[in-house]
Write a protein that binds this ligand. Sequence first.
Ligand code: NI
Length: 261
Amino acid sequence: MTFFDTHAHLNDEQFTGGPAEVISRARQAGVEQMIAVGTSHDSSLACLAIAEEFSGVFAAVGIHPNSSADAAADDWSKIVSLSEHAKVVALGETGLDLHWDYAPLSLQQDFFDRHIRLSQQCGKPFIVHMRDCEREIVAMLEEARRRGPLRGVMHSFTGDAALAQECLELGLSISFAGMVTFKKSDALRETAAAIPQDRLLIETDSPYLSPHPLRGKRPNEPARVVHTAACLAEVRNIELSALALQTTQNARRLFLAPLEN
Ligand code: NI
């Protein structure tokens, strides 16, 4: 049984021992593939370096909405260059965040738009961060969809079933992180149970938010994606091995298939 953690910030300084031991524990847990996700030019470079060093580790490069005000003038063109690298399998994380106030919405929208357009150009999927901005996100995705097909994922999804349906209709996949395992997350589990089996992904978003029963134990790490997988298998009423197979195949199809073309 193998798992694919589609979202881990492996360069994070909370991993005080560096990525090697985290990746080795992940492999021991059956997590054979993972994506190291950048949030700025510097962290994207760091994620790519990790991906180059370890087999089974891939990188996403991009500028997070909360980092967009800190981006230097030429950071975006550097991200575009990095995106051509063979071990870069996605663009992001991108999206919008109206919970925090690190960057004006218009700037966040500008960067989100650049990631989507680059994705539509190069075929690599984009990774969407969404916090307190559902309508703003859907509006931009709908506009982008009128230009062409979308290839991407709603990461660490916490929206309701109606929003999930809108995203599915736009062609996106839905990824669940530790939050879906929390005791109070009954509604989110119900939403997760109804995602079509070919659009479902799992992730840790590590080092943040460890899944139940490790909630509060920091840092979270890719090995713990197995707990999220077990929770989803239970609510979807299938064996863990079937859930592992489906989500791993989905991740490979979304992130790795474009490399093979
Ligand atoms: Ni993230």
